[in-house]
Design a protein around this ligand. Structure first.
Ligand SMILES: *Cc1c(COP(=O)(O)O)cnc(C)c1O
Length: 437
């Protein structure tokens, strides 16, 4: 399968190159040249399959031509070493819990798949070490680091905005060492993302180093997120609840919802989508006005969604030929203030006992406002609430428990390197520290 750039100014590449490069040479995002519908028999029987079996069928549709069947099977099985259950919360609203992985957030799925696919490709070509650059607003860093920790031939550089991620999140990626380097940038998430993007465009850096991205823009991270939407459908079908299905995704960089749109294109029977935002409402504004106007991000209590220029907008635009009417008919937008998010966490707990995290709360609230009686709504619970303990404890009557696998991170020592928001400094740092062979 070839992958083309959303900017259309460079030639299509094969999977290996798309995965290793991350971003196209013209700064666009890679898109698979074909998105094939899966056979109707697959959807008829989907409720009888396991998560791994469903995911393998989806993975084959994209990667089957380029990765041997047994290798792909192993990558899928190793990636999905944990469950993504659908849990009833209230009325016709269900949570797709994506936090049962090692770092308690949905990004574990894409990060684990990508690390394994990249290791597979690196294994075929021992000549050069790969340097993974990743900008994080919180959860990406820990998920990527977890996926790559100790993987030979791969070095990871994590850039994160100083003082803008929670202590718990920070501990999950700054305490590990080994092949992981963390850089604490005096700036915002958008600054971190810009530094990474510029590194990929820099001629000298690319001549000297083999660089790749592990942000949600990488096809190997973003496509596997479709797995759990098929599985969510299967779980709803098992209960006879698959009709009039609405999928609601708390969105920041829009990778997660875009994977859902790919699933829809492959024939997954989802009636419509909801993109739930915090105060960073660029996409919401686009849906209402037809104009896409990026702006600086603002800080919120759902900080993994603090994105002012969502990268994956380019993929959504490409998927629907830039047709605003099609896009706004399929996707509804919501945005919530921090106060509304807090009120939702409190209210949902009081009424149901279910503890939402600040991101999932946006999804839950959007469904509450949008669903009609005959619809069934599934929202992504994108992280475990304990990752945002301070915020959640402040609105609930009693403090929530910290799961063991999260507590372990918090005992480590912080190893981050501080850095100004300066591309020259970042470049010098990479030239000095990154491995060339
Ligand atoms: C990354 C993240 C999001 C946003 O996902 P996108 O794919 O960037 O839209 C939402 N919630 C949590 C907890 C996240 O970590």
């Amino acid at each position: 399968m070839k992958y083309y750039s959303t900017n259309g100014k460079t030639e299509a590449v094969d999977l290996r190159e798309a995965v290793v490069k991350g971003l196209a040479a013209d700064n666009g995002l890679f898109m698979p040249e074909r998105i094939e519908a899966l056979p109707t028999t697959f959807y008829e029987d989907i409720d009888k399959f396991s998560f791994q079996d469903i995911a393998f069928v989806v993975a084959q549709a994209f990667f089957g031509e380029d990765v041997q069947e047994d290798v792909l099977r192993t990558i899928v099985n190793e990636t999905l070493a944990f469950d993504c259950p659908v849990v009833h919360v209230q009325d016709n609203r269900y949570a797709l819990e994506l936090f049962h992985g090692p770092t308690l957030a949905f990004k574990d799925v894409g990060a684990r798949f990508m690390a394994r696919l990249l290791r597979h490709f690196v294994g075929q070509d021992h000549k050069r070490a790969i340097n993974v650059l990743v900008a994080t607003s919180g959860d990406t860093g820990s998920a990527v680091v977890n996926g790559f920790l100790g993987v030979e031939g791969v070095n990871v550089y994590v850039l994160y905005p100083k003082g803008k991620v929670s202590k718990i999140q920070e501990s999950q990626f700054t305490t590990l060492g080994q092949n992981i380097t963390t850089i604490e940038v005096d700036g915002t998430f958008d600054d971190c993302q810009a530094l990474v993007k510029r590194a990929f465009m820099d001629k000298e850096l690319n001549e000297q180093l083999l660089l790749t991205s592990a942000n949600s823009i990488n096809v190997a991270r973003f496509l596997p997120q479709a797995f759990y939407y098929f599985y969510a459908y299967a779980q709803m079908k098992r209960q006879g609840l698959q009709n009039e299905l609405v999928l609601c995704v708390p969105s920041g960089n829009f990778g997660n919802i875009t994977a859902g749109l790919f699933a829809h294109r492959m024939g997954l029977p989802i009636k419509r989508f909801i993109a739930a935002n915090n105060a960073n409402d660029v996409f919401y504004q686009y849906l209402h006005t037809g104009k896409y106007l990026p702006k600086p991000s603002v800080q919120t209590i759902a900080n993994a969604m603090d994105v002012g220029n969502p990268s994956n907008f380019a993929r959504i635009f490409a998927l629907y030929d830039g047709n605003h009417e099609t896009i706004s008919r399929l996707i509804e937008g919501f945005r919530f203030s921090d106060d509304e998010i807090r009120a939702t966490i409190r209210e949902c707990f009081q009424q149901t006992g279910y503890v939402l995290d600040p991101h999932g709360a946006c999804g839950y609230k959007a469904l509450q406002l949008s669903l009609s009686e005959n619809e069934h709504g599934v929202f992504c619970e994108t992280a475990h609430p304990a990752k945002f303990k301070e915020t959640v404890d402040a609105v609930l009557p009693t403090p929530i428990d910290i799961p063991e696998r999260l507590a372990r991170f918090m005992q480590g020592r912080k190893l981050a390197c501080p850095m100004d928001n300066s591309f020259d400094k970042f470049k010098a740092f990479l030239l000095q520290n990154a491995s060339r062979e």
